[in-house]
Design a protein around this ligand. Structure first.
Ligand code: AMP
Ligand code: ZN
Length: 485
């Protein structure tokens, strides 16, 4: 019943088969946005990837339990535990409260999710870090008991030298290089990889924080990384099946999450995460006087587009989703307006196919059920092979040209739409025959084929009671809505 799904693990650097810890339920934790400014389409690529993973798990027969957190405290301007808290900084700049900033940008994030057809209600939770302060303090206390922390003037730090295999996700060398070039150091930090678990509020009144809490160590706020360890554990348990994020999070944030979560375990075999998955960056061409080069789309570089920027220019947000899915999540790609134009064309070609397919019943046409196994299996297999969405989209374009019956195409497109979330049926919703009626008529055909006429009759009556008629022709059966005069 459960399909084998293979996913690329950043930890092992190989594709591994998903083996959920709790039979059909798959726990997934995705690092969410830091809500200090408008999320850009690079950020949203990461969340479309997370949503696609969720959808593919459903196609495979699993029940995802998926959490995306909202970072509303503790993410500092620098990864090196110094500099201002991004949210406090923005609130000062705008002359509003930190709460106002969080509300404004988390609302924007949720409306972008909706625009990109990422259904909020299909996720288990969107926890805010400030709602889990107690859990973060408890996690730090457990690390303290294990002797993995130390106190300096600035706060409580994780002692990475004491954690075996720190940096398992790799790429920690560049932190050392960065640290060498860094002007501002946190005084007393024993190692460049050590990181803040709890930071004390600054003493000077000019730097007073709005978001601060009492703790066993003094008034302050949690470091950025601890929120994910605490929330993942509270909502999903000590070991989770899949953890996702953008690739930039792997070297620091995710290596630190592993240290904080596994640091409290008694056995070295026990893991925080079974499969670590990372999506690549979206780049953007930046033109300088000398040349043009692709660089990471990022808030700090100011080279961003938001979903609403593009909607204002007249683009359909689902064309943005289509654009993302055209590239495998592990590949970088450069955003251009031309690529979005091409994506919009691709999406409308699919919509045309859907239009043809959904009009098959007016005038009454054949509904002769033939399970679309081969094509659906091919499509699914691409997705089960580490979410190969570009190949899955190519399949969708081929179906319209292949000599498939309209019913078969209908079934395939309906399925693909669930799997990729392109919302292709949106405009046609009112005109199509509901799945329930189609399924009943299919069941009825099966009964007729088996010459079980009693059952076929029962199903006909059931269909009629729901407002549809069925007519048997020589070679097929048709279904039509009953319009009352
Ligand atoms: P942030 O709001 O900066 O904490 O980022 C939210 C998510 O977006 C993280 O998973 C980042 O790794 C990811 N991200 C940031 N920039 C990009 C980009 N240019 N392309 C893809 N993902 C990104
Ligand atoms: Zn995180």
């Amino acid at each position: 019943m459960f399909q084998p799904i293979f996913l690329y693990s950043t930890l092992t650097k190989t594709k591994v088969q998903l083996m959920p810890l709790r039979s059909h339920e798959v726990s997934v934790y995705s690092c969410g946005p830091t809500v200090y400014s408008a999320p850009h389409i690079g950020n949203m690529r990461t969340f479309v990837f997370a949503d696609t993973l969720r959808r593919v798990l459903c196609v495979g027969g699993y029940t995802p339990k998926h959490v995306i957190n909202i970072t509303d405290v503790g993410h500092l301007v620098s990864d090196a535990d110094n500099g201002e808290d991004k949210i406090e900084k923005e609130s000062k700049k705008m002359g509003v409260t930190a709460k106002d900033i969080v509300k404004k940008y988390s609302d924007m994030f949720f409306s972008d999710l909706q625009a990109l057809n990422i259904p909020k209600n299909k996720f288990f939770a969107f926890p805010f870090a400030t709602e889990y302060i107690e859990e973060q303090i408890q996690q730090i206390q457990l690390l303290e008991i294990k002797g993995l922390t130390y106190r300096i003037e600035d706060g409580i730090y994780f002692d990475t030298k004491k954690f075996k295999n720190y940096g398992a996700l790799g790429d920690i060398a560049h932190i050392e290089i960065q640290a060498g070039a860094r002007v501002e150091h946190v005084l007393g930090k024993k190692d460049v990889h050590d990181f803040a678990l709890w930071k004390f509020s600054p003493k000077s009144s000019t730097q007073q924080r709005q978001q601060e809490w009492n703790s066993p160590w003094g008034v302050g706020f949690p470091g950025w990384h601890i929120e994910c360890s605490a929330m993942a554990k509270s909502l999903l348990g000590e070991t989770i099946d899949i953890h996702t994020g953008g690739i930039d999070l792997a070297p620091v944030h995710h290596n630190n999450e592993i240290a904080q979560s596994e640091g409290i375990f008694d056995t070295p075999q026990k893991k925080f995460v079974s499969i670590w998955m990372h999506s690549e960056h979206m780049l953007i061409q930046t033109k300088t006087q000398e040349n043009s080069q692709a660089e990471k789309m990022s808030k700090s570089l100011g080279n961003i587009f938001t979903v609403s920027d593009l909607v204002e220019k007249g683009y359909d947000p689902l064309a943005i989703r289509y654009l993302f899915l055209q590239t495998h999540y592990q590949s970088q790609f450069s955003f251009t307006m031309a690529s979005l134009d091409a994506a919009e064309k691709g999406l409308s070609r699919l919509r045309e196919k859907i239009y043809n397919v959904t009009h098959w019943y007016t005038p009454i046409q054949a509904i002769f059920y033939k399970k679309p196994t081969v094509h659906m299996t091919t499509f699914n297999n691409f997705l089960f092979d580490n979410l190969s969405t570009p190949q899955a989209i190519a399949c969708m374009h081929e179906w319209g040209n292949a000599s498939l019956s309209l019913v078969e195409q209908y079934m395939l497109y309906k399925h693909a739409d669930q799997a990729l979330g392109l919302d292709l049926f949106k405009k046609e919703e009112i005109e199509i025959i509901p799945d329930e009626i189609l399924e009943l008529s299919i069941e009825r055909n099966v009964a007729r084929e088996k010459k079980n006429f009693e059952e076929a009759d029962r199903l006909r009556k059931l269909i009629e009671s729901k407002g549809y008629t069925v007519k048997d022709r020589e070679k097929n059966t048709t279904v039509q809505k009953i319009f009352h005069k």
